[in-house]
Design a protein around this ligand. Structure first.
Ligand code: SF4
Length: 664
């Protein structure tokens, strides 16, 4: 069954022993990153870069929230020149935070900014190329001529950076790869990596090494694969530049946090990353607490219980391929990952107890309805509910309780019970397994009795790596039973629960592991620095509902089970032409029932269309109070008044038969 056994091609130090991947030290002003430095936190202003005071005040709020570097957009020479006023005003107010100029399309703005600020960020997809979404075939000599043209345009900036001691980030974005790169390498992690390497080689030819690299995408799967591949390529070429981690256009609220934690956290788990920016469609000072929480999780991580090493890798970490499993009663095989709701410690006396997880009972007609994000199984432990649970929701009891309550339910057995008991379900048995219980005798029974679904749990501080190791062992031993990933988060705050579960489950799902997901949680003390989670706590929603939304959100962000509309919303910046937060909310309210439809909401026409990635529809600011609407990459309404634009977007969705009336 397993045809992908490789020696481990290094993209991190170890898949089983946590340690930071060591990169070279680069100074951004007086604050270095890479080598043994802490993982730095940064974010980007959303003010108009010509508004010195507003930008300074927002920068100060960001610094006070924990940002160690602040990025400011410089769309033209004017904004680049104004960076000096911003810098001086910050100094006057006692702030020396290193500033980064964000450049797209405008080498002349970059060359001014590089003389003022501590770092410039260039996008290799649009520094010297215009994106026309054209598929041109390049011969080798044409391609080489293009590279020489780029060298001519880019070298002056490299020389200025070298002279002024300014650092540079070569920041590739999946959505804005140049037509040239796309035509040769496709819309792929390899294209992203090559795009950066072309610029990197020009820098090295000039003996300029103050470089940081990033490989961002709004699709965490692509983003993770691109960083891993970049490290492999750097290892091949003896390069070790620091890495800036981020997921672009992640959106806001729960979904934005889940997507960010899934992409960034997956890499942090393997010790990858020297600086982090979490991009949310929220005020930028709300981004730092999320980034800090993600990063601080790894303080002391190296003290985890040892996990035996992996000498061969039975899967490809640069490609998503689901681990093959056989089907047991709708779990595994070609089914989407299943979701288990844990009610073992909850009161469950009436049908209303299930409304938080999307099952609604109407007593008048004695009928249940369910939402698209309703779980598939409910774990009741020793709890007997005071009503008949709906048909679509299958009950799971602890083995001893199941023995006297078998109707429409399945048992959860310990590994030991599974080995010794003969009175088990003929259809489906959940078997709870930890790493110390993985033994030959268990493998032998799993191989012969095809009714078992493993429920994999861990108590290791480096739990994702331990669970990944077990998946590898299963692959190496040709054990194809479905596996549900379970984590107990009983000592976490809610914001930690949201972020850490997204990382732990997401990292495994991205590599194709997991036929189901299950969280056990009893809340810790509710202290949280995250504004979004604080507002959730104020609303007094139930944790069960939140956990269910998190699990479906993780599956959606990992693109393994689609249960809702996906929003690709830019975080906004000084180029933004409308109120992104308000508009995103307005669009969300009217379209959130369109399961599987991807809608991009982008602040400007300069970068928006390129960054929309694989969105089905795009809503893009194209002038003051003007919006341009896209179907895929094609413009379908240009420069329409903003006041009618949301309705026009809905009209376009209807014209393309992607619309459903709510509640149908
Ligand atoms: S797409 Fe959004 S974040 Fe990107 S440059 Fe435009 S307004 Fe700024």
């Amino acid at each position: 069954m397993n045809d992908t056994i490789n020696t481990f091609r290094k993209y991190c130090n170890s898949l089983t022993k946590y340690s930071r991947y060591r990169t070279r030290e680069v100074f951004i002003g007086s604050i270095p990153l890479g080598t043994g430095n802490p993982i730095r936190i940064q974010s980007m202003t959303t003010t108009n870069s010509m508004d010195t005071i507003a930008t300074v005040e927002q920068t100060i709020r960001m610094v006070n929230a924990g940002c160690e570097y602040v990025r400011i957009t410089a769309p033209s020479m004017l904004e680049a020149e104004n960076l000096l006023n911003i810098k001086n005003e910050l100094k006057n107010r006692g702030y020396n935070v290193p500033l980064i100029a964000d450049i797209h399309f405008t080498p002349n703005a970059a060359e001014i900014a590089a003389r003022i600020v501590e770092k410039v960020r260039v996008n290799p997809g649009n520094y010297a190329d215009k994106k026309k979404f054209e598929n041109i075939e390049y011969t080798d000599s044409e391609y080489y001529r293009e590279l020489e043209r780029i060298r001519e345009k880019f070298t002056p900036l490299v020389k200025i950076c070298k002279e002024y001691g300014t650092a540079m980030r070569i920041g590739t974005n999946h959505g804005s790869l140049s037509d040239r790169i796309m035509s040769r390498y496709g819309d792929s992690p390899l294209g992203m990596v090559e795009s950066a390497l072309e610029f990197l080689r020009i820098c090295e030819d000039e003996k300029y090494y103050s470089l940081v690299l990033s490989m961002k995408s709004s699709n965490p799967q692509v983003m993770v694969q691109a960083y891993r591949l970049l490290i492999q390529k750097m290892e091949d070429e003896n390069m070790n530049y620091p890495l800036h981690l981020g997921v672009t256009e992640a959106g806001g609220g729960e979904d934005g946090r889940i997507k960010s934690a899934l992409g960034i956290g997956t890499l942090l788990e393997d010790g990858i990353g020297d600086t982090v920016r979490v991009s949310l469609t929220e005020d930028p000072e709300f981004e730092a607490p999320v980034a800090i929480s993600l990063v601080n999780r790894y303080i002391g991580r190296e003290k985890h219980h040892a996990i035996s090493s992996l000498d061969v890798l039975p899967y490809n970490p640069i490609e998503h391929k689901k681990r093959e499993s056989f089907e047991v009663s709708g779990i595994g095989g070609s089914n989407v990952p299943r979701v288990v709701a844990d009610y073992s410690n909850k009161e469950i006396s009436s049908p209303a107890a299930l409304s938080d997880i999307g099952y609604f009972y109407d007593p008048v007609i004695d009928k249940w309805t369910m939402s698209d994000s309703a779980p598939d199984f409910i774990f009741l432990g020793n709890n007997i509910p005071g009503f008949v649970v709906p048909n679509g929701l299958k009950s799971v009891f602890n083995y001893s309780v199941w023995k006297v309550n078998r109707k429409n339910s399945f048992p959860l057995l310990t590994a030991n019970e599974y080995l010794i008991e003969s009175d088990i379900s003929p259809d489906l048995n959940f078997v709870s397994v930890k790493i110390n219980e993985i033994k030959e005798v268990l493998f032998n029974k799993l191989k012969t009795v095809h009714t078992a679904v493993m429920v994999l749990n861990t108590e290791n501080l480096h739990g994702m790596a331990e669970q990944r190791k077990i998946f590898c062992d299963l692959l190496l031993h040709n054990i194809a039973n479905p596996v549900i990933i379970k984590r107990d988060y009983n000592s976490l705050t809610l914001d930690e629960l949201l972020l850490f579960s997204s990382t732990d489950f997401g990292a495994l799902l991205i590599d194709g592991f997991g036929d189901g997901v299950w969280i056990e949680y009893s809340p810790a003390q509710q202290i949280t620095g995250d504004e979004y989670v604080r507002s959730f706590i104020k609303k007094k929603e139930s944790e069960t509902g939140l956990i269910n939304r998190i699990l479906f959100g993780i599956l959606q962000a990992a693109r393994t089970r689609i249960s809702k509309t996906e929003y690709i919303a830019c975080p906004s910046c000084g180029r933004t032409l409308f109120d992104l937060q308000e508009t995103t909310e307005k669009i969300r309210k009217q379209t959130e029932h369109l399961k599987g439809v991807k809608i991009a909401i982008m602040g400007c026409i300069v970068n928006g269309p390129g960054e929309m990635a694989d969105a089905d529809y795009g809503y893009v600011g194209s002038g003051v109070d003007k919006i341009t609407l896209y179907k895929g990459k094609d413009v379908v309404r240009r420069n329409i008044p903003a006041e009618n634009a949301v309705q026009s977007l809905i009209d376009i969705i209807k014209e393309n038969n992607d619309w459903l009336d709510p509640n149908t």
